[in-house]
Design a protein around this ligand. Structure first.
Ligand SMILES: Cc1cc2nc3c(=O)[nH]c(=O)nc-3n(C[C@H](O)[C@H](O)[C@H](O)COP(=O)(O)OP(=O)(O)OC[C@H]3O[C@@H](n4cnc5c(N)ncnc54)[C@H](O)[C@@H]3O)c2cc1C
Length: 487
């Protein structure tokens, strides 16, 4: 089929946070000259809903990511989609003796309201949206993606549309990626240990006590504690003076080991309920059920915490957001990278269409642009995350107290890997074999990170060189995991 006779130029699969930005970005860069369709399985008032239990998210995003989008494609977010501003993030050690403040303005979004604002923006520039359509697969021709197919959930009829480029924004469980039927470098499946099981409440509450280690209206609070959140972390993000997004993420494997050690069988919801109960500030919590929260007060979902898919494109196909495993491996923050990737993907899709070439080679530029803007650092952070997941609470207490310099904190604030320069200075004073081992491991993650960043700076400029590059990457990663004892 000639690409001139396709139904659309671009079909964005999934009208969630990433999908709506891709569509707006492509419209912006093409000066509204392309035919763009967004397809989502939800009805219009529920656009962006990830699961039956809601728009499940911690809702926090750094201002710098939003600014990235605004300055490039002119999309502005304000109240009510931005529900509450924050000044930064404070992470507490398990013993609460050390708190590390990562300053930097941010926003707590309303994820139910935001898609409606995104929808208005899209309709205003002539983007077409189709609802109630569950996509099942891409349509292909001669090893090229040329459209999508699925089911109309209202009429139970088949849905099929063709296009020049499909941008897959259907989230972490993407069936389009998992079933991609053409030969390509895209990785289809994720390792179970690279997924976090996460859940959260949105509560209104009466605040009886003041304790800024448990709730601070100006800061997102993170509690690191392997008993509360095995292999993950717990959070208390303010949505107002008496409103909170509170939850936790765990690694399933770490949770199972923890349960076994404790001789118990607690599930994620029980752990979250216990976490809320121990909070001395959140009293009389009531699930938020006003119009902007109704149906979104409680939910669980998964987040990936690996580096992004090693390859983000195939012929006629691009991956953006959670479908590409973009959340940051260290904190599962996926909104920032989704915003950045979606802004870039819109631009690169338009360039390919204008060049009348939607081949893998032509779309490859998106791999390069995302790696340059964000993706260069994620493999190093994946190694660091694996190390953190195996630490005991005592090691986390000790490490947070002694091993993080101001420079390291600035690096983490900027989303970069810490250098752990303190470890050398402090070396002779380190107490205990375990802590000495930890200091060596931390130093090693910093060294591996430098190699990995350098490797990503040499990301192949064409698909033919990719296999060799990927083999090297896999070797770097597996050597690091073996050395750190977390293979
Ligand atoms: C509990 C939790 C807490 C989190 N906290 C934070 C946080 O505080 N900060 C942060 O930055 N990130 C956080 N994240 C991650 C963040 O929510 C995601 O990175 C972000 O939502 C990704 O957006 P997306 O558009 O790629 O995917 P999604 O938001 O998952 O959107 C996918 C869209 O595609 C649609 N769709 C899916 N399948 C199909 C199909 N087959 N056919 C048609 N449509 C389909 C869905 O209905 C949905 O509208 C959290 C995640 C969870 C689960």
């Amino acid at each position: 089929m000639g690409s001139e006779s396709r139904d659309y130029d671009i079909i964005v699969a999934g009208g969630g946070l990433a999908g709506m930005i891709v569509a707006s970005s492509a419209s912006y860069y093409s000066k509204q000259s392309l035919k763009i369709l967004v397809v989502d399985r939800n009805p219009s008032p529920q656009l962006g809903k990830k699961t039956i239990s809601g728009w499940v998210c911690g809702d926090a995003v750094g201002k710098n990511s939003v600014d990235y989008m605004t300055s490039r494609i002119g999309i502005k977010w304000q109240n009510p989609e931005i529900e509450h501003p924050v000044k930064g993030v404070i992470a507490f050690s398990p013993d609460h003796e050390t708190s590390i403040s990562f300053d930097g303005e941010g926003y707590i979004l309303n994820r139910k309201v935001l898609p409606q604002k995104q929808l208005n923006d899209a309709l205003n520039v002539g983007i077409e949206i189709k609802y109630n359509l569950a996509l099942r697969n891409v349509i292909t021709d001669a090893n090229k993606v040329i459209g999508v197919e699925g089911e109309d959930l209202e009429t139970k009829s088949a849905f099929k549309k063709t296009c020049k480029i499909v941008v897959d924004c259907t989230g972490v469980t993407s069936v389009l990626r998992t079933n991609l039927p053409i030969k390509s470098h895209v990785q289809r499946k994720i390792n179970r240990d690279d997924l976090e099981a996460t859940g959260r409440y949105i509560y209104n509450f009466d605040s009886e006590a003041e304790d800024k280690t448990y709730f601070d209206p100006d800061y997102c609070i993170i509690h690191l504690d392997q008993n509360i959140a095995p292999g993950g972390y717990a959070w208390v993000f303010p949505k107002g003076k008496n409103k909170v997004n509170v939850g936790l993420g765990v690694q399933q494997k770490a949770m199972e080991e923890h349960n076994k050690k404790q001789g118990q069988r607690k599930d994620l919801k029980t752990k979250i309920d216990e976490y809320v109960k121990m909070n001395p500030v959140i009293k009389n919590p009531q699930i938020a059920d006003g119009e902007s929260d109704d149906g979104n007060g409680w939910g669980t979902w998964q987040v990936s915490v690996r580096r992004q898919n090693d390859c983000l494109v195939a012929s006629g196909y691009m991956l953006v957001g959670d479908s590409a495993w973009m959340p940051k491996p260290l904190d599962a923050g996926g909104i920032g990278p989704a915003i950045i990737a979606a802004t870039i993907a819109g631009k690169d899709a338009v360039q390919s269409i204008q060049a009348n070439d939607n081949s893998e080679q032509s779309l490859w530029q998106y791999n390069l642009d995302f790696v340059e803007a964000y993706g260069y650092k994620t493999a190093g952070l994946e190694v660091f995350r694996r190390l953190l997941q195996k630490l005991t609470n005592d090691q986390i207490n000790y490490g947070m107290k002694h091993f993080l310099s101001k420079l390291d904190i600035d690096n983490i604030t900027d989303g970069e890997h810490p250098e752990f320069g303190m470890v050398d200075k402090f070396n002779m004073f380190i107490h205990g074999a375990l802590n000495k081992g930890l200091s060596e491991d931390l130093k090693h993650t910093a060294e591996v990170n430098k190699k990995l960043v350098n490797h990503y700076q040499n990301y192949p400029t064409n698909p033919n060189d990719f296999p060799e590059w990927q083999n090297k990457l896999t070797k770097f990663m597996s050597d690091a995991f073996t050395k750190l004892g977390c293979a």
